[in-house]
Design a protein around this ligand. Structure first.
Ligand code: SAM
Ligand code: SF4
Length: 322
């Protein structure tokens, strides 16, 4: 089992498969994807080596992320490879949902077990203002389809003071009859979004208090769960969750490591740099990769430094997948 010097165990790998994205979310890629480097993303063989190495070290859950993972033409193969590896029990994906309506069935057939879809507004016009795409209705139909196919669906909403904070009630009304877990994520500062962050960051703690006062009760989470605090209510089909990276002790329960689309290990979303482990992936050296991962993990810090306004080398989250 991968364990760091603070006793944290790492069951969960976030695997970015591309940093390309077709959306231009105002908090992430406001000017859209800028193609300034070679698109030499991990190959299927490298993904197999990586997933096998992590599984051998106790990883049981892989989340495929991006950029936008569904822009990879071989996404179904990627899912299939991850799902086929002994020890990997959950194959999840985070997506903007652009292809969901069309491809959900194929992903499920390949072995996908759960899906996080980003929907920052339930108002089509505001959705377009935030993402640059008039796509909300198709994404919502995709969510319905994913639920019908038996996928565990979570919906991510990045909280933004000027864009969606006032519509909390609309989101709550939606989960009354929609069996998804809707998670409000506090906007995080990155290298590129300082002004936007200053104008739009809002703490999730006040919202959490708001829902607790309305009868929502805390859900106990399992070892592979993310950092969200989840709540349920007898009158609602869905759940609510809060991801509050600026809250005290947020990093104490960290259980994930990240591999970038170009094969770098990131010990934290806001680490100072990625650590190159691609040479092991390129030659299929599972054991070598495992030894290197163990040794690099010794340097994992206790916490990020976001509180001090330091986002490390992360210019935007599309480069690493959140
Ligand atoms: N493109 C996919 C999507 O949007 O779901 C996957 C990659 S995206 C970087 C992963 C998650 O990070 C999304 O839920 C997105 O909303 C979130 N995210 C991106 N930038 C963020 C920021 N600055 N603060 C908080 N969450 C952010
Ligand atoms: Fe693309 Fe996801 Fe970033 Fe939006 S949040 S720009 S969909 S990577």
């Amino acid at each position: 089992m991968l364990e760091d010097k603070y006793g944290r165990k790492f069951h969960y790998l976030r695997l970015s498969v591309t940093d390309v994205c077709n959306f231009s979310c105002n908090y992430c890629l406001p000017d859209g994807y800028q193609c300034d480097t070679q698109r030499d993303f991990l190959t299927l063989d490298e993904i197999r080596t990586t997933a096998t190495a992590f599984a051998g070290l106790g990883t049981s859950k892989i989340r495929i992320t991006g950029g936008e993972p569904s822009l990879r033409k071989d996404l179904t193969d990627i899912i299939e490879i991850c799902a086929s590896i002994r020890g990997i029990e959950h194959v999840a994906m985070t997506s903007n949902g652009y292809q969901l309506e069309k491809d959900a069935e194929r992903w499920v057939d390949a072995g996908l077990t759960s899906l996080n879809i980003s929907i920052d507004s339930l108002d089509p016009r505001m959705f377009e203002v935030i993402t640059g795409h008039d796509r909300l209705q198709s994404i919502l139909r995709g969510v319905e389809k994913a639920i019908a196919l038996g996928l565990k669906v979570k919906v991510n909403v990045v909280l933004m003071k000027q864009y969606n904070l006032a519509t909390l009630q609309t989101f709550m009304d939606w989960v009354r009859n929609t069996p998804v877990t809707l998670r409000f994520i506090e906007l995080m500062q990155t290298g590129d979004n300082l002004n936007f962050f200053t104008q739009n960051h809002v703490s999730g703690e006040a919202l959490k208090k708001h829902v607790i006062e309305r009868g929502w009760g805390k859900v106990i989470s399992d070892k592979t769960a993310g950092p969200a605090h989840e709540f349920q209510h007898p009158g609602y089909a869905g759940r609510l969750g809060f991801i509050t990276p600026y809250s005290k002790n947020f990093c104490d329960t960290c259980n994930r490591l990240r591999i970038s689309a170009r094969g770098k290990l990131h010990l934290c979303l806001f680490a100072e740099y990625g650590l190159d482990v691609r040479s092991y992936m390129q030659i299929g050296d599972i054991q070598g990769l495992q030894t290197r991962l163990r040794s690099l993990l010794e340097d994992k810090d206790a916490t990020h430094y976001l509180h001090e306004g330091y986002a490390g080398a992360t210019t935007h989250l599309a480069m690493l997948g959140g």
